[in-house]
Design a protein around this ligand. Structure first.
Ligand code: DQA
Length: 147
């Protein structure tokens, strides 16, 4: 499978940003771990990060024909972006929504996700390992639902 991993706003700060909430691993560490998992699972993995909603929309719009699945941590856009939701729904890409922190144990504005309903499923709360569990869950879903 060809998997796109998208990270949204402020996730370039991983490791330095509120380490008590998001941990000490940087985005490069997370992406290196995912690359190792991709080798193990025989995946083609592409990782991208942007602080710009429009950039994320353009990348999602470019999914058809290039990627089979999407792992997305949309950061705070999760709780605000109808446009990101429409993009995922529009390209019909099987997606896994991930969050490093347990968003349900935090402020109430983080309990609402505009993306959840258009994703296959969600994974959150396991620190930066959440990306790996999300990737593995999405791949299992693709293996069992997509020919
Ligand atoms: C986050 C949770 C969001 O509420 C927050 O705005 C983020 C990171 C997470 O990975 O836990 O930027 O998506």
């Amino acid at each position: 499978w060809r998997i796109l991993v998208l990270n949204g706003p402020n996730l370039q700060l991983l490791g330095r940003r509120e380490p008590g909430v998001y941990g000490s691993a940087g985005l490069a560490d997370v992406e290196a771990r995912l690359a190792a998992v991709a080798v193990e699972m025989g995946l083609e993995l592409t990782c991208r990060q942007s602080n710009h909603e429009g950039m994320l929309l353009d990348w999602i719009g470019g999914v058809p024909g290039h990627f089979d699945g999407l792992v997305i941590n949309a950061g705070a856009y999760t709780h605000s972006s109808i446009a990101l939701r429409d993009a995922i729904a529009g390209v019909k890409v099987p997606a896994c929504e991930v969050h490093i922190s347990n968003v349900f144990a935090r402020e109430s504005f983080r309990h609402v996700s505009y993306l959840s309903a258009v994703c296959v499923g969600q994974m959150c709360g396991f620190g930066t390992d959440t990306y790996e569990w999300g990737l593995r869950a999405l791949v299992r879903w693709l293996d069992t639902h997509v020919t």
